[in-house]
Design a protein around this ligand. Structure first.
Ligand SMILES: [Zn+2]
Length: 464
């Protein structure tokens, strides 16, 4: 390990950093050579003489020294993980918190990142936890904790942004877990850039990385990202940390999803689902039930897709509204679904299905504010559009799982058995899928499996 102070040049020096990916350059460039973004470079002061400042080790804290070991002597037993009371959180981490791991929780501001980590911290009563916040005062945190309804004597709060000060308190407290809210507010006295700048974010996170690895203490870092990506943070940090969790969801909806986008200790296809309530985030163990609205009244334009999110099968309601364009140019407005994909499906419906949609406004909405990328949703989107266009309801208790190709053909999707059993579990009567061809469906189901090769065949089955 390098002593950080030795790396520092004695005079003030500036470098240019890409705000998007953290690429470092000696001079300003318009187009980032690494991530190809334009106008992302900012100038930052990267060093200054470091008199009277201390890093983690210089603070009198002991480091765990490492000696070379024979590979045959290394014990490969699973490291004991800290299992939290939150099943969804354990799942996205790959089965609990690994000692010495550095975990980044990224997401848009106000989405509930602090609430989630505070909730996890308060529920881990037998562990000493240090919650460091540069965002909120102790009053605000206390009020939030009271609202969550947990009581823990082992959760300590510190309102501080200077990393050297934080390490001083860590040295005295010796916590079992550290939470930093947020990385954008942290600053290290070892370099002179402002908090939130690329070099400061990298430096602060680097110091905590060293601390986590040398003491075996897990560290959680909250990082804000904005839609235009103007705040440096998560993207720069992603390669440094062990695990990256993305907290997603629309602020106007109550559902929140955590995805694992990187994990050195587990799978990256995990997903956790929560509902935001006034008492904090509630784990949702059976998401399909709440993502399908209880159907009443006029139901044309509503279709259910059997999708996979990560490793979990989810039934999601697709709503479509097709109406005559009020103004010159028809609108195509998808929410939770890719706009290009929608245009492609509309072209297929026109060309292969003979439906005249060119002069209509078309709105698509995934219920619950969830973003769906699984191509298996294609058939549900197409049936929802035609159901609205023809003003005819789809048969009750039927759902769809197939990709639609440019020729109007249906393509089979992966893990069809999981989708079928989820639909069956929720009491669906029929599921429309693509002709499995070489792929046989295992298992016996009471749900009717309707298999088709072409989109038009599905429509003639549904609408006659
Ligand atoms: Zn870049």
């Amino acid at each position: 390990m390098h002593d950080i102070t030795k790396l520092i040049v004695a005079k003030t020096k500036t470098r240019f950093f890409c705000n998007n990916c953290g690429y470092e350059s000696a001079k300003w460039v318009g187009n980032c050579p690494s991530c190809k973004e334009w106008n992302t470079f900012v100038e930052e002061i990267v060093s200054k003489p470091s008199k009277g400042v201390v890093s983690w080790e210089q603070n009198g804290n002991k480091s765990r020294s490492s000696v070379p070991k024979r590979l045959s002597e290394i014990d490969v037993k699973e490291q004991p993980r800290i299992i939290t009371s939150d099943v969804e959180f354990n799942r996205v981490l790959g089965g609990g918190i690994i000692p010495g791991s550095l975990v980044l929780l990224g997401g848009e501001p106000g989405i509930g990142k602090s609430t989630l980590l505070l909730q996890v911290a308060l529920a881990l009563k037998e562990f000493k936890i240090l919650y460091v916040s540069g965002e909120e005062s102790d009053h605000q945190i206390k009020m939030r904790a009271d609202r969550l309804g947990f009581k823990s004597d082992n959760c300590f709060f510190l309102s501080e942004t200077n990393t050297q000060q934080i390490f001083k308190h860590i040295g005295n407290l010796v916590p079992d877990l550290v939470i930093l809210d947020s990385v954008q507010t942290l600053y290290s006295s070892l370099i002179e850039s402002t908090p939130g700048s690329v070099s400061q974010v990298r430096q602060s996170a680097g110091e905590f990385m060293k601390y986590a690895k040398e003491t075996g203490t897990p560290v959680f870092i909250i990082g804000h990202i904005t839609k235009d990506g103007s705040i440096a943070g998560p993207k720069v940090l992603e390669h440094m940390v062990d695990t990256v969790l993305q907290f997603e969801g629309d602020m106007h909806y109550s559902y929140r999803i955590i995805r694992t986008s990187k994990n050195r200790f587990g799978s990256t296809s995990e997903l956790g689902i929560y509902e935001m309530t006034s008492e904090g985030l509630r784990q949702v163990s059976n998401p399909s039930e709440i993502l399908i609205t209880h159907r009443t009244g006029d139901l044309s334009g509503s279709s259910i897709g059997a999708t996979l999110e990560g490793n979990r099968s989810l039934l999601i309601e697709v709503q479509a509204l097709v109406s005559t364009a009020a103004y010159g140019t028809p609108q195509r407005s998808p929410t939770g679904f890719d706009a290009k994909r929608l245009n492609m499906l509309l072209a297929v419906l026109e060309k292969r299905g003979g439906f005249r949609l060119g002069l209509s406004d078309i709105f698509i909405n995934m219920a619950g504010g969830i973003k769906v990328e699984d191509p298996a949703i294609d058939l549900a989107v197409c049936t929802a559009i035609i159901s609205s266009h023809e003003d005819m309801e789809l048969p009750d208790k039927s759902c769809f799982a197939a990709e639609v190709g440019l020729g109007g053909e249906l393509r089979s999707v992966n893990r069809i058995e999981n989708r079928i059993s989820e639909a069956e579990k929720l009491g669906f009567k029929s599921i429309y899928i693509a002709n499995p061809g070489r792929k046989k469906i295992n298992g016996s189901y009471t749900i009717e499996i309707k298999s088709f090769e072409k989109l038009v065949d599905v429509f003639s089955d549904l609408f006659g």
